[in-house]
Design a binder for this molecule. Structure first.
Ligand SMILES: [Zn+2]
Length: 265
């Protein structure tokens, strides 16, 4: 990845006095308090997600855009400002922990700023202003399926690309256009299609999508190997080791790369 000063400043978890410890406290605060009333210490969030619903600071459930129904439990919507923004949420502790496990300290960048939004369509995406759009089923529980975990890491990695590479968004838009014209911009990182042993690091893959694809696959294979009883095929074991090597070579040493080194070398 690019090591320009602005990039490193952005991924520094201690930027602006917001430390790793505070990040941890934020999540324990939420998980220790069945939330009725909650204001994020950064002042940016006045609601939380509880049982899959957005609950505002008065304890009312936020409804998606266009809803005129009164909130369950009575009261009003307070001027009806129930835009789609209210269907954004922070990562929950499980998701944030997983992102940190796979992306290492760089994952704290995503953990601090990213909001997950319920997508209207079936596709996940990441926008440079810090929003990850997620399929409805994964919005409710990205950690509930292989697809959800892979997609969470893939989109979180796009956020890392936005903060560490100038022009990443335009390059990703360009890649989507190439895809329309038949270029498989995801393939070089896809161990199912192409051997990844040829790559020295993520930047040696031509496309940012291919990089994100590999990082997402790495997260998925790591999760399967460590947390499930599903045995990995030899192809997937080999791929997991190669991916771990590529992650480290690209500056993303993490709990995941250390675990793979300890268990597969
Ligand atoms: Zn992508």
């Amino acid at each position: 990845m690019s090591a320009d000063p602005a990039g490193w400043e952005l991924v520094n978890p201690n930027r602006g006095g917001y430390s790793v410890i505070e990040a941890t406290n934020w999540y324990s605060y939420v998980s220790n308090n069945p939330v009725k009333y909650y204001v994020d210490p950064t002042g940016k969030v006045s609601w939380v997600v509880q049982n899959g619903k957005c609950i505002d600071r008065r304890g009312y459930e936020k409804k998606p855009s266009g809803s005129n129904n009164p909130p369950s439990g009575g009261g009003s919507w307070g001027g009806g400002r129930t835009s789609r923004t209210s269907h954004r949420r922070r990562m929950n502790p499980k998701e944030a922990t997983f992102v940190h496990e796979v992306l290492g300290n760089q994952g704290f960048l995503a953990m601090r700023t990213v909001r997950i939004r319920r997508a209207s369509g079936g596709r996940a995406s990441a926008m440079p202003w810090g929003t990850i759009s997620s399929r409805s089923v994964d919005y409710n529980n990205p950690m509930g399926s292989n697809y959800g975990r892979n997609s969470l890491i893939h989109e979180a990695f796009h956020q890392v690309q936005y903060s560490s590479k100038n022009g990443a968004f335009l390059k990703l838009v360009e890649e989507q256009i190439l895809k329309i014209f038949g270029k498989d911009v995801y393939a070089s990182g896809n161990y199912k299609i192409t051997s990844i042993a040829q790559y020295s690091d993520l930047d040696s893959m031509s496309y940012l999508e291919a990089q994100a694809q590999m990082v997402g696959d790495f997260g998925e294979l790591y999760y399967t190997a460590k947390y499930t009883t599903t045995p990995l095929s030899q192809i997937k074991k080999d791929a997991l080791q190669e991916m771990s090597r590529i992650m480290k070579a690209s500056g993303y040493e993490s709990e995941a790369t250390r675990w793979v080194d300890a268990n597969f070398s």
